[in-house]
Design a protein around this ligand. Structure first.
Ligand code: ADP
Ligand code: MG
Length: 218
């Protein structure tokens, strides 16, 4: 799977030449897994009635090529970096060092991990954007920019997301998906789902990173 993943990264990189680093690494040292984070409290959420069935359609029919999830998750990470870049250009956020996406595997745990240091998601984002199928935060963001007539340094052009289903392609290959996400100035949250009935969200006690999103496919 790593070979096809790397092939997808190269393809993706060629199509999206940006001024930030996109790289794949095979990390051999021990990775900090989400089950090592301490959480405060967990809330359970069920998917809307239709989501369970939609998920089945997405996972089984929409994506005939299994490794398409790589493209979807990388494009989400890329969008997150673009939004962060926009925040920095508009002075809403301090300029950060390299905006980057990294990818790693933990073979013994059979996990594939994709991490970005982009804009991150709040608890509300995790519920409203990740937990709701066919709702696109990137699509909405783009519409806002266009409505406000903001010349966002080509940002509206460079955002890829629009349909709000891409993330769910994770469940084509993963039995369970964990998302750790942190927005600037907010706590980090852990979102967990097996893609069947719903998801749970917990606040993490000590944020494992300053900003961004880490997706763990098991
Ligand atoms: P789309 O990319 O078409 O909007 P997705 O299902 O791929 O749909 O993602 C839904 C939304 O979840 C995105 O629009 C974005 O707001 C949010 N999201 C997904 N992945 C990330 C990420 N790595 N960082 C920040 N936000 C994300
Ligand atoms: Mg997407």
């Amino acid at each position: 799977i790593m070979k096809s993943v790397l092939r997808s990264i190269v393809k993706f990189g060629k199509r999206n030449p940006k001024n930030y680093k996109l790289f794949g690494t095979i990390v051999e040292e021990e990775i900090q897994n989400s089950n090592q984070v301490k959480v405060k409290e967990t809330t359970q959420h069920s998917f809307q009635a239709e989501t369970g069935r939609l998920l089945e359609i997405v996972a089984k029919s929409l994506y005939t090529e299994r490794d398409v999830f790589v493209r979807e998750l990388l494009s989400n990470a890329s969008d997150a970096l673009e939004k962060q870049r926009f925040k920095e250009l508009s002075g809403e956020s301090e300029p950060s060092d390299t905006l980057q996406i990294s990818m790693s595997t933990d073979e013994p745990r059979r996990e594939l991990i994709i991490q970005d240091n982009g804009i991150g998601m709040s608890k509300e984002d995790l519920i409203g954007l990740l937990g709701t199928i066919a709702r696109s935060g990137s699509g909405a963001f783009k519409q806002e920019l266009i409505k406000d007539g903001v010349n966002a340094h080509g940002l509206d052009q460079s955002l890829i997301g629009q349909f709000g289903v891409g993330f769910y392609s994770s469940f084509v290959v993963a039995e369970s998906v964990e998302v750790i996400s942190k927005k600037e100035g907010l706590p980090a949250y852990l979102w967990k789902s097996d893609g069947d009935h719903g998801f749970e969200i917990s606040e993490i006690e000590d944020a494992p990173f300053e900003r961004g999103t880490k997706i763990i496919l098991r």
